[in-house]
Design a protein around this ligand. Sequence first.
Ligand SMILES: NC(=O)c1ccc[n+]([C@@H]2O[C@H](COP(=O)([O-])OP(=O)(O)OC[C@H]3O[C@@H](n4cnc5c(N)ncnc54)[C@H](O)[C@@H]3O)[C@@H](O)[C@H]2O)c1
Ligand SMILES: O=c1ccn([C@@H]2O[C@H](COP(=O)(O)OP(=O)(O)O[C@H]3O[C@H](CO)[C@@H](O)[C@H](O)[C@H]3O)[C@@H](O)[C@H]2O)c(=O)[nH]1
Length: 369
Amino acid sequence: MVVGSVLVTGGTGYIGSFTALALLEADYKVVIIDNLYNSSPEVINRIELICGKKPEYIQCDVTDEKKLDEVFEKHPDIDNVIHFAALKAVGESGEVPLEYYRVNVYGSLCLLRSMQRHNVTNIVFSSSATVYGDATRFENMIPIPETCPLGPTNPYGNTKFGVETMITDHVNAERGNAKKAGKDEKKFNAALLRYFNPAGSHPSGIMGEDPQGVPYNLLPLLAQVAVGKREKLLVFGDDYASKDGTAIRDYIHILDLARGHTVALNYLRSHSPGVRAWNLGTGKGSTVYEMINAFSAAVGRKLPYEVVGRRAGDVLNLTANATRANTELGWKAERTLEDACEDLWRWTENNPQGYRQEPPKEFLERLKK
Ligand SMILES: NC(=O)c1ccc[n+]([C@@H]2O[C@H](COP(=O)([O-])OP(=O)(O)OC[C@H]3O[C@@H](n4cnc5c(N)ncnc54)[C@H](O)[C@@H]3O)[C@@H](O)[C@H]2O)c1
Ligand SMILES: O=c1ccn([C@@H]2O[C@H](COP(=O)(O)OP(=O)(O)O[C@H]3O[C@H](CO)[C@@H](O)[C@H](O)[C@H]3O)[C@@H](O)[C@H]2O)c(=O)[nH]1
């Protein structure tokens, strides 16, 4: 039995693919669009290997409004969108901000307009902890609650803040217009999911993060050090006001994060909250050094690093207060940092070339059983 249909933009990417898997496991029909800028279509096969169901994949750029219209016309049953497609690197966004505004902001505008034309009224948006900026500028805002004033410190964060605002204005307007016309205003809803730092892979070892080109995030870089593709990790600053001088982030297992999307979507459909923001994090912060140690423990040897200067746009501490998601959505991160590191290492060891190589036979055999 299909419980609903979801368009997943950026669905061959890291978080999108795990969410597609979680949605299929929760009996949603899933249509993925992606332009493969930072992903591989092979992930569709891996999703099928794991859950026995295959999402439909359509190559589509989210800034191509005509193509978006075609997708909605081909699938008139789609009644929800989860919007991942974006550029996501804090550092890079300071170098090519216009590209970040084009893909992240203009792409979201195209999507909302196409959704409006096709009467698709629920959206779950991939926002980010980055929208809070430096929450240590306030007293008592670490761990960060959703009520913390927003103030991004880099162009990437500005795009997420801008899209949150656009979605909020749009959904509120749609609700107001529907009410005036005596129509059902409650069908217009948005979840703004502010993720902290996703980590890890599928425990099977056949599905994980596979960035194309040079990765920017800490864990994929550490994984490259572990398999010898990179000599050492560069630590961006050891002069932060943390216990060891390196910056603090809240690393959340990718399976917990993916599950957060299905529960948020279910909540939109059952409670019709209008626009609501939820933090998805564990509530536990880890420094860069703690992450190097945790991943080194999973690998079984100490990974080399060198301290360099701070990265522009970085902040000291992004740790979530996830109470709202816990009380309202009944969602809580269940897996540990050790789980994430072990799963990441299993994926990396088995797939040093990412999705460009066949999964090991023993996995295929085991999954067939
Ligand atoms: N990974 C993180 O640390 C993190 C944290 C918070 C929020 N986010 C947000 O979550 C979302 C997914 O992030 P991710 O880590 O899975 O990144 P990802 O790069 O793995 O996935 C993004 C996907 O979007 C696709 N894409 C990019 N531009 C596109 C375009 N113009 N049209 C269609 N598809 C396009 C890419 O090919 C990729 O498959 C992004 O919106 C990101 O900003 C990520
Ligand atoms: O080579 C590296 C890469 C990262 N770091 C540090 O590791 C931490 C994590 O960095 P990274 O993995 O790049 O994540 P963030 O900069 O926290 O940003 C990620 O997490 C955000 C949510 O917190 C998302 O919005 C972004 O899309 C995503 O890239 C930061 O303190 C970095 O300074 C290093 O020291 N060396």
